[in-house]
Design a protein around this ligand. Structure first.
Ligand SMILES: NC(=O)c1ccc[n+]([C@@H]2O[C@H](COP(=O)([O-])OP(=O)(O)OC[C@H]3O[C@@H](n4cnc5c(N)ncnc54)[C@H](OP(=O)(O)O)[C@@H]3O)[C@@H](O)[C@H]2O)c1
Length: 244
């Protein structure tokens, strides 16, 4: 399999890269903003199957450049997993109330959390279309489900993940016409012990906090079981469908 893990340098993405290698990936492309300094590079930088590419998903030119390099490496992609996501960064923190909303912060979260996978799909289109089996996925979050929102708060993160779900659903419809054996999915990884969740783990019972490897193993099984009939769906780590 030729596999791309966008945002594979650390966290859940790194654990998914481990899954890809354990599953016998022929070519694995791992992107990160600074791949040479990433935990993934420290772990399998010497593996000939792995190519590291720099990619800031908010940079359109960088997306095009990375896609061009991938087109030289592989004739088609069999599995793509987009993982980039932020909940807080710099001065940006998840909102507790309406007074906390800031337009710039909202746009930043949309750029990182929602837009990346479809911009990448646009540039990678020649490697996605055809008739080969393909799973194209992005890590979303249960809190992006509109029907499941009973607690409120986290306006920007929730909205950006809901936007991601809609963009991927729309992609699923177009990709089905370009490749009948493709499936597109958004994935909820559970609550996972990574940099992203660290400040918010206080109220999470120990048995509800997954390691990145546990989560990635479950997500990998969900991707293995995907069929074109499932395309355009938000799945939890255990394979259950989360309504939008
Ligand atoms: N942890 C959880 O409990 C949890 C729950 C639900 C959903 N998620 C989702 O799971 C995904 C992975 O998060 P994680 O928990 O593994 O967190 P993490 O360890 O903080 O990793 C965040 C990832 O996002 C990437 N990223 C951030 N900004 C980026 C940008 N501008 N361009 C490219 N990549 C960027 C990072 O890449 P660099 O290495 O280049 O910084 C890194 O790979 C996210 O989409 C998150 O929303 C996590």
């Amino acid at each position: 399999m030729n596999i791309l893990i966008q945002g594979g340098g650390r966290g859940i993405g790194l654990a998914l890269a481990r899954q890809a290698l354990a599953a016998g990936a022929r070519q694995l492309v791992v992107t990160a903003r600074n791949p040479r300094n990433s935990a993934a590079h420290a772990e399998f930088g010497g593996d000939a199957r792995v190519t590291f590419l720099p990619l800031d998903i908010t940079d359109d030119v960088a997306i095009r450049n990375a896609a061009d390099e991938i087109k030289v490496l592989v004739p088609r992609l069999d599995r793509v997993i987009c993982t980039s996501g932020i909940l807080r960064e710099g001065d940006i923190n998840p909102e507790k109330r309406i007074a906390d909303i800031d337009a710039e912060a909202l746009v930043t979260l949309y750029r990182v959390n929602a837009l990346g996978p479809v911009l990448l799909a646009r540039e990678l289109w020649p490697l996605l279309k055809g008739d080969h089996a393909l799973q194209f996925s992005a890590i979303s979050a249960r809190v992006g489900s509109i029907s499941d929102n009973r607690l409120g708060g986290w306006y920007s993160y929730r909205a950006s993940k809901a936007a991601l779900n809609q963009l991927m659903r729309t992609l699923s419809i177009e990709l089905a016409r370009a490749n009948p054996n493709a499936s597109v999915a958004t994935l909820h990884p559970g609550t996972v012990d990574t940099d992203l969740s660290k400040p918010f783990q206080g109220n999470v019972p120990a048995d509800k906090l997954f390691t990145a490897d546990d989560s990635a193993a479950q997500l990998w099984r969900v991707l293995d079981g995907l069929t074109p009939a499932d395309t355009g769906t938000l799945f939890a780590y255990d394979g259950s469908v989360i309504p939008y």
